[in-house]
Design a protein around this ligand. Structure first.
Ligand code: SAM
Length: 240
């Protein structure tokens, strides 16, 4: 029987007992037909994998006993991707790929050249959960609510380093950037890109403008490439 992965809040763990409720309970019991005695890996967005055995299955909860804890992944930094809102399911694709790569938070935003205005947060959260399970992550990336560009700019002060991908930048590459501190943000524009004014404002708010090369990448490509380059630069793609 395949040992499946489930995510809980740290508040669902008391001593060596995990209580599973809500969607993860339904998925375990109703979809995967788990029974008492079955094994599961439980994560609480802390890099720890908890090998557990199902002890009790109630009407709307299950309790599991933790048998073994393994530190699977210690992060060097916390990476937030600010992603310009994209049409159709392209932002879903960005959420899925950035979770697989190890991005910690994804914050969608609208800006002047955004064609899209709606964001289905619930759907994106489900995609993030599935992606974290599929890639065997011990962290569950957080999908945040939609923000506008001014709100994004106002958040820059919360980060040690902000990298702003701009297709007209010709010099600064991510691998040449000095990354101060552990709380790092990456900003990638929508299909229509950033206006020069938006880029200027980002600079004034402390962002480092970076290039992803001479070719103009689709927004979803740019998110994946920039996340991979940044995470590798931070040592987050090291296996150990
Ligand atoms: N305005 C662009 C154009 O002329 O077609 C379209 C923007 S591009 C599709 C979407 C976003 O990806 C940009 O806002 C930027 O954040 C990022 N991007 C794409 N190519 C890039 C590059 N070569 N260097 C830096 N950022 C890039």
């Amino acid at each position: 029987m395949e040992i499946r992965r489930f995510f809980v809040d740290s508040s669902d763990i008391c001593n060596n007992v995990v209580t599973l409720t809500g969607d993860e309970f339904s998925h375990m019991v109703k979809v995967l037909r788990y029974k008492v005695g079955f094994k599961a890996v439980v994560c609480a967005n802390d890099g720890i994998e908890r090998l557990c055995t199902v002890k009790e299955i109630g009407k709307d909860f299950a309790t599991l006993i933790i048998e073994q804890e393994t530190v699977q992944d210690v992060k060097n930094a916390h990476v937030t991707l600010f992603a310009g809102l994209l049409k159709n399911s392209k932002l879903d694709f960005v959420v899925q790929k950035s979770v697989e790569l190890g991005v910690d938070e994804i914050i969608p935003f609208t800006s002047h050249n955004c064609a899209e205005t709606k964001f289905a947060k619930d759907r994106a959260e489900k995609i993030a959960l599935e992606a974290a399970k599929q890639c065997g992550s011990a962290y569950l990336s957080k999908v945040c609510s939609l923000e506008n560009f001014d709100e994004v700019l106002a958040r820059f002060k919360d980060f040690d380093t902000v990298l702003f991908a701009y297709e007209n930048e010709k010099k600064n590459r991510i691998k040449d950037c000095r990354i101060d501190g552990k709380n790092v943000a990456l900003v990638v524009g929508p299909e229509g890109g950033f206006t020069p004014d938006e880029t200027e404002k980002a600079k004034e708010c402390g962002a480092t403008i970076v290039t992803l090369g001479r070719r103009i990448l689709r927004a979803e490509t740019a998110s994946i490439v920039s996340c991979a380059l940044l995470l590798d630069h931070l040592g987050e793609l090291d296996y150990e």
